[in-house]
Design a binder for this molecule. Structure first.
Ligand code: GLU
Length: 490
């Protein structure tokens, strides 16, 4: 086991959010950079909201992002791998119970028989009096024996509460991102460790797991900063050393409000479906809270591993700028070797029902042409659509073009010229120009009367992308079929 151990501890209550992915990425990068271990722990003690489907999806997203972990729940088999499992909190309940018993025995926690109604009344009283609400439990001073006796009499299901030390001292710790953080110890009242059904709460499980899993560095979202006080108290109660904590900067939408669904896509899965590359998404989210010492904007995973360090994490809020994400994606996409780019784009093309030639040379030529117009993998769909073996859909303008007296003749000539070359798989750019020239001479048409019907016979519309670029990529048989189709339509 390495001395540097980080973990990502998602709650499987929905999709993997880009903020979660950033936490995972930093934890992964830090472990990789320092030859440490990266661990994946599933925090599924919220029985109502946790689902196995969500866990599967989140693990699949992490796998797609490429953040490999040495220990944790395997994304494919959902089995544990690693020496300090189980790695799903729902399978560690006996461990939490044992630890709660230890604190009960040592007087650091107590059984509390307050009912929800009684607690609610305390809350209302505090509100009326204008003071912050903290549970004051009359059971705080009960002996364990008395409490156990009451339990054995039946009919009650107590919670286990932590007995917050009666101290006036402040709790401080050195946050890896924000420096010294101070909490007054009277900020929290005695808090629950085990709910009345016996289910442990997040703060309790998290400390026990981080300690038993020997986590050295805990990187997590800023919203957990207030939990850290309770966690420090629990570490202290067990006499355990604390890991180093780093609370990452908040991510804002362009309106400077906390990034949420209102701002559009926030889940990794949505970006994947929209045609983003995992390395581009990682590059972009890495820069939301960290910066490269070389001021690099475009970084590969390898660059990030090499350059990552905690001292370049910054505490200022980061703004999620979709336009920049798209730009980053375009840079990564255009840098891919063509066979790799094709492999990534292909699922989107087949998903859109496009049948395209199965020919590496053709793929290479086509990507040469289209790559610079692609920012997202999904952009390939509209770029490749004119090249696919599908019948044309004629626009109204195309029909109008075909109603001109010279149009039919132009296409008949175009088709005849194509047929004359039908032994070839594709026309070259110069062959195409030569054909256009001869249609012009033979039919005595020029300008738009020449070009627009030919466009219609190729694209189904009289305007659009440059033909001399497209035609050499359209199979001869498809060109002929389209000319046939248009003549049939007229
Ligand atoms: N399960 C917590 C969450 O998803 C993790 C908190 C932590 O990293 O300590 O927010």
């Amino acid at each position: 086991m390495n001395s540097i151990r980080t973990r990502f501890a998602p709650s499987p209550t929905g999709y993997l959010h880009v903020g979660g992915a950033r936490t995972a990425l930093y934890s992964y990068l830090f472990a990789r950079k320092n030859g440490g271990d990266f661990i994946l722990r599933v925090e599924d003690t919220d029985e109502e909201r946790s689902t196995e489907d969500s866990m599967r999806m989140q693990l699949a997203d992490l796998k797609w992002l490429g953040y490999e972990y040495q220990e944790g729940v395997d994304a494919t088999t959902l089995k544990d791998r690693g020496p300090v499992g189980p790695y799903r909190q729902s399978q560690r309940l006996s461990i939490y119970r044992e630890h709660a018993d230890r604190l009960l025995k040592e007087g650091k926690a107590y059984y509390c028989f307050l009912t929800d109604d009684e607690i609610e009344r305390q809350r209302e009283d505090a509100m009326k009096a204008g003071r912050p609400h903290q549970v004051v439990s009359p059971y705080r001073d009960w002996s364990l024996k008395d409490a156990e006796k009451k339990i054995s009499e039946g009919g009650v299901k107590p919670t286990v509460r932590f007995r917050v030390p009666d101290l006036t001292r402040e709790y401080t710790f050195l946050d890896l991102v924000r420096g010294e953080v101070k909490f007054p110890s009277d900020m929290v009242g005695d808090f629950v460790l085990l709910r009345s059904g016996g289910m442990p709460v997040y703060n309790f499980c998290c400390v026990i797991d981080d300690a038993l899993m020997k986590i050295s560095h805990v990187l997590r979202a800023e919203e957990h900063l207030s939990n850290t006080l309770r966690q420090l108290m629990i570490y202290e109660a067990f006499g355990w050393a604390t890991p180093q904590f780093g609370h990452l900067s908040i991510i804002l939408g362009p309106d400077r409000q906390k990034l949420s669904k209102r701002h559009g896509a926030t889940s990794v899965n949505e970006y994947r479906e929209r045609g983003y590359l995992p390395e581009a998404l990682s590059n972009f989210i890495a820069l939301l809270g960290w910066s490269s010492p070389k001021a690099q904007e475009i970084l590969s995973m390898k660059d990030m591993i090499e350059q990552f360090s905690l001292d370049r994490l910054h505490s200022a809020a980061a703004v999620f700028d979709e336009a920049k994400l798209k730009w980053v994606n375009a840079q990564h996409l255009r840098a891919l070797p063509h066979d790799e780019l094709w492999r990534r784009a292909e699922p989107f093309l087949t998903g859109a029902g496009l049948k395209l030639p199965d020919d590496p040379d053709w793929r290479d030529r086509s990507l040469q042409v289209f790559k610079t117009s692609m920012e997202l993998l999904t952009d390939a769909v509209e770029l490749y659509r004119p090249l696919a073996k599908i019948p044309l859909t004629l626009t109204d303008e195309a029909r109008e073009t075909m109603s001109w007296p010279t149009s039919r003749g132009v296409i008949e000539e175009w088709r005849a010229q194509l047929k004359a070359k039908s032994g070839e798989s594709y026309l070259t750019e110069s062959e195409f120009s030569a054909i256009q020239e001869s249609v012009k001479t033979n039919r005595k048409v020029k300008g738009k009367e020449l070009f627009m019907p030919i466009r219609v016979a190729i694209l189904g519309k009289p305007h659009g992308a440059e033909l001399k670029v497209l035609v050499p990529l359209i199979e001869m048989s498809t060109l002929i079929e389209r000319a046939d189709q248009v003549l049939g339509f007229v």
